[in-house]
Design a protein around this ligand. Structure first.
Ligand code: BDR
Ligand code: CA
Length: 324
């Protein structure tokens, strides 16, 4: 089994990605760390505990709380997409006896930082872990200060981030995780890491409609299926209102799905840089796709998923989230 650490800013699709990872026999989730992004980091941590209360988390799972702010910019959240709590406003749901369906979780008062948690995971499980980042790259950029961790600890890093040959989703140029902390993303890209990007080019192909979610979750008998139906409502309303169709993209679940089955995507080695200054293109991930003679090319710094077997990925994700 592949030992993985998830770094996440839950977020509705993060929540589904975490649940997918925990339900996949191919993966052994040894650590989960939070990062500010969709919501402030304290809320992200509370959300993580709420998500874990839906399942039996693995024994010995290490949990940490990461950065509260991007490296140089003020935090911009995405609660207008994911709901005020980041999870589709879960307090609105009650069970038949009128009790909250998703009670507020107990959150430990003090948690180790993300980087401390990754170190602990490595002490317990050895190096060669896989890190899957589902939020802004601030924690990973901070870990670059401790080369022993990133140089030896991770055999592979899979990051849901960027938009290469498609428009962004926050601005015309930028994908959310890169836009929130472009400086971190640029440092990570230039750090010579075993990095795979899962950008919007592929995640926006793996979607599920409101009707499909209703059908899939109507048959689901466990709390995860119910959560899938409840938590996606606000994001579907947003998509309908703003984008003109009630469709939910499996951004973060696709990054986990690629750790489960790498053959789901086709990877292309590219040199990618991030715009960290410009007002229009802040957070754009610019791949060098010029035709140049070899000696004039930038050496690729990342493997980028540009094609996906969308139906197979969608099936893998939905079947594991909606057990009948
Ligand atoms: C990314 O942005 C966040 O809102 C989602 O959770 C995902 O990680 C998609 O751009
Ligand atoms: Ca996310």
């Amino acid at each position: 089994r592949r030992k993985v650490i998830l770094d996440t800013d839950p977020g509705v699709d993060d929540a589904l990605a975490i649940l997918l990872a925990l339900r996949s026999p191919e993966l052994d989730v040894v650590g989960i760390t939070t990062i500010c992004g969709n919501v402030p980091v304290g809320q992200a941590t509370e959300n993580l505990f709420r998500i874990l209360s839906l399942v039996d988390p693995p024994r010995g799972l290490l949990i940490g709380q990461g950065a509260a702010a991007p490296l140089r910019r003020p935090l911009e959240t995405a609660t207008h997409v994911h709901g005020a709590d980041g999870l589709g406003d879960l307090d609105q749901f009650t069970n038949q006896s009128g009790q909250p369906r998703y009670p507020r979780p107990v959150v430990p008062g003090r948690l180790p930082s993300a980087v401390e948690t990754w170190e602990r995971c490595m002490r317990t499980h050895g190096p060669n872990l896989t890190l899957i980042t589902l939020g802004p790259l601030t924690n990973l950029a901070q870990a670059l200060q401790r080369p022993a961790i990133v140089a030896k600890g991770f055999r592979s890093i899979i990051a849901m981030a960027g938009a290469i040959a498609v428009p962004g989703n926050v601005t015309r140029a930028a994908e959310f995780n890169v836009y929130v902390d472009p400086h971190a993303a640029e440092q990570v890209l230039q750090a010579d890491l075993p990095l795979t990007l899962i950008p919007l080019d592929v995640t926006t192909k793996v979607t599920v409609s409101r009707e499909a979610i209703t059908k899939l979750t109507a048959r689901a008998r466990d709390p995860v299926g119910q959560f899938f139906a409840d938590a996606t409502g606000a994001a579907l309303d947003f998509a309908d209102r703003v984008e003109g169709a009630a469709v939910f993209p499996f951004h973060d679940p696709l990054a986990v799905a690629v750790a489960i089955d790498p053959a789901l995507v086709q990877l292309v080695p590219l040199h990618v840089a991030v715009e960290t200054e410009g007002p229009v293109a802040l957070g754009a991930t610019l791949a060098d796709r010029r035709r140049l003679r070899r000696e004039h090319q930038n050496r690729p710094n990342v493997q980028v998923a540009l094609r996906v077997q969308a139906d197979r990925a969608r099936r893998l994700i939905t079947e594991r989230l909606c057990r009948t």
